[in-house]
Design a protein around this ligand. Structure first.
Ligand SMILES: [Mn+2]
Length: 412
C-alpha cells in the first residue's frame, strides 16, 4: 500500500517579487501552483496510491472567485481515490468564505474536534483536526487520540512544531518528543515550507513534505510531496518526489580568484550550467550573489546595470529557461593596493634617486664589469650584466618591479 503526503499547496497564490521582471514569459509563471497540483495528482495516479493526504494550507486564503474551488474539485474527480485534508492557518474554517460541494472522495477533518477516518480494508486510521481560525496558539496534538491497536495510525497536523518562528509563524506548536510518544506510525505535518524530517533515526517518521511549488526567492530548491510505501503495517520506503513546474534557486559565487570581468562572467555561466542541470529542464529563476575580495569590485559597482545585463546574458547563453531574478553584488575591493603603493613610495624614491648619482653608478658599473669578466666566454646564451648607464637604468627598473612584487607577495 502506498500513500502520498503533501501540504502547503497555496493554490492560486501569485509568485512574488517578479513585478520588475517583464523578461520572464507569462507561460513560465502563470498558474504554477495549479500545474504543480496537477503533477501531484498525476503522481498519485501513476503510483496507484491508496489515498492522498493534504496537511493544511491547500488554499492561500479566501478564493478570488470560484475558479479555485472548481479546479480543486475537478482534480479530485480525476484523482478518484480518497483525499484526506485538514485546514491550516491560510485556509482555516473562518478564513474561507466561499465554498463548493466537493466530490465524495474528499474527506475534510473537523475544526471543532479531533476526528478519525478509517480505511477498514487497509487497516489504516487517520487522526486529524482542522484549524478553526488563522491563529491557533495551543498544541492541537494533545487532543489526538491513542493509536488504534494493530492498525497503521497516521496523525495529520498543521503545526510549526518546534520551529522558533521567523519565516513561518508559530501555530499549534508541539514538541517532536510528544508526537513520537503518541505511538502513531506516521505524522503527516504541514506548515513549514522547507522539507524536513523531524524524527530520530529508527522512530516513526514525522515529516514536513515542504510546499508543492516555490513561489518566491526564499522558497528555493526542489519542491514536491512525500511518497510512502507500507507493507504488513511497516514503512518500507519514504521518499520525496518533485512536483514543481518552476524552480527558484539562490546561487552565491565567490569571485575572489577571477582576474578580470570576462573570467568573472565565465564563472557565472559555469555556475548557471550546474544549476540548469540540477533543475532537470524546469524553468529556473535565480538570485545570484557575487562575493569575495576581487580586482573586479570597482567595475562591478561602478556600473551595476551593465553587470546585471552581463549576468542575464550569461543566463540566456546557458538556457532559454533560466531567468535572473536579482543580482546581488557583495564583493569587496582587494586589500588596499593604493595605500600599499604609497607605503613603498619613499623606498622607491630613495632607490632611483641613489642610482642617479654618478658615484653610485660608477661603483655599480665597476662591479658589473668584474662580474662580466668572470662569466666564461663560451657559456650558452651568455648573460650580459649592464655595462653602461642606459643598461643600468633598464636593469634597475626590472629589479624594482621584482623587489616590489616580493614585498607585496604577488608575482611581478
Ligand atoms: Mn501554514
Amino acid at each position: 500500500m502506498k500513500f502520498l503526503h503533501a501540504a502547503d499547496i497555496h493554490l492560486d497564490s501569485p509568485l512574488r517579487g517578479l513585478a520588475a521582471h517583464a523578461h520572464i514569459p507569462r507561460e513560465v509563471t502563470d498558474d504554477c501552483t495549479r500545474r504543480a497540483f496537477a503533477n501531484l495528482i498525476d503522481l498519485a495516479i501513476a503510483e496507484d496510491v491508496a489515498f492522498l493526504i493534504i496537511a493544511g494550507d491547500l488554499y492561500d486564503g479566501d478564493w478570488r472567485d470560484h475558479g479555485t474551488g472548481l479546479f480543486f474539485a475537478r482534480e479530485m474527480r480525476r484523482l478518484g481515490r480518497p483525499c484526506y485534508l485538514i485546514r491550516g492557518n491560510h485556509d482555516a474554517q473562518s478564513v474561507i468564505t466561499r465554498s463548493l460541494i466537493l466530490p465524495p472522495n474528499v474527506r475534510e477533518f473537523s475544526s471543532r474536534t479531533t476526528e478519525t477516518f478509517r480505511l477498514d480494508d487497509l487497516h489504516v486510521a487517520l487522526h486529524g483536526r482542522s484549524f478553526p481560525d488563522r491563529a491557533v496558539p495551543e498544541d492541537l496534538s494533545a487532543t489526538y487520540p491513542a493509536p488504534r491497536p494493530g492498525w497503521f495510525n497516521i496523525g495529520v497536523l498543521h503545526t510549526s512544531a518546534e520551529d522558533p518562528g521567523g519565516q513561518h509563524a508559530r501555530y499549534a506548536p508541539c514538541a517532536v518528543e510528544s508526537l513520537a510518544a503518541k505511538g502513531y506510525d506516521y505524522w503527516a505535518l504541514g506548515h513549514i515550507h522547507q522539507r524536513q524530517e523531524l524524527h530520530r533515526k529508527g522512530d516513526a517518521p514525522i515529516v514536513f513534505p515542504g510546499n508543492l511549488q516555490g513561489r518566491h526567492a526564499c522558497e528555493i530548491g526542489a519542491k514536491g510531496a512525500t511518497l510512502v510505501e507500507v507493507e504488513h503495517g511497516a514503512i518500507v520506503s519514504l521518499r520525496h518526489v518533485d512536483c514543481d513546474v518552476l524552480r527558484w534557486e539562490s546561487l552565491t559565487l565567490d569571485v575572489a580568484p577571477v582576474p578580470d570581468l570576462p573570467d568573472l562572467y565565465r564563472s557565472v555561466r559555469f555556475a548557471l550550467e550546474v544549476a540548469r542541470d540540477a533543475a532537470e529542464a524546469r524553468p529556473l529563476i535565480v538570485r545570484l550573489t557575487l562575493r569575495g575580495a576581487t580586482l573586479c569590485h570597482a567595475a562591478l559597482i561602478a556600473d551595476r546595470v551593465q553587470a546585471e545585463a552581463e549576468c542575464r546574458n550569461a543566463a540566456e547563453a546557458v538556457s532559454d529557461k533560466i531567468f535572473l531574478e536579482k543580482l546581488v553584488i557583495e564583493t569587496t575591493p582587494l586589500p588596499d593596493r593604493a595605500a600599499h603603493a604609497d607605503d613603498l613610495a619613499p623606498l622607491r624614491h630613495a632607490f632611483f634617486a641613489a642610482l642617479e648619482t654618478s658615484a653610485v653608478q660608477d661603483e655599480l658599473l665597476k662591479d658589473f664589469q668584474k662580474m662580466d669578466g668572470k662569466i666564461p666566454a663560451d657559456t650558452h646564451d651568455r648573460p650580459r650584466p649592464p655595462l653602461d648607464p642606459a643598461a643600468l637604468a633598464a636593469t634597475a627598473a626590472e629589479a624594482w618591479a621584482i623587489a616590489e612584487a616580493a614585498i607585496r607577495g604577488t608575482p611581478p
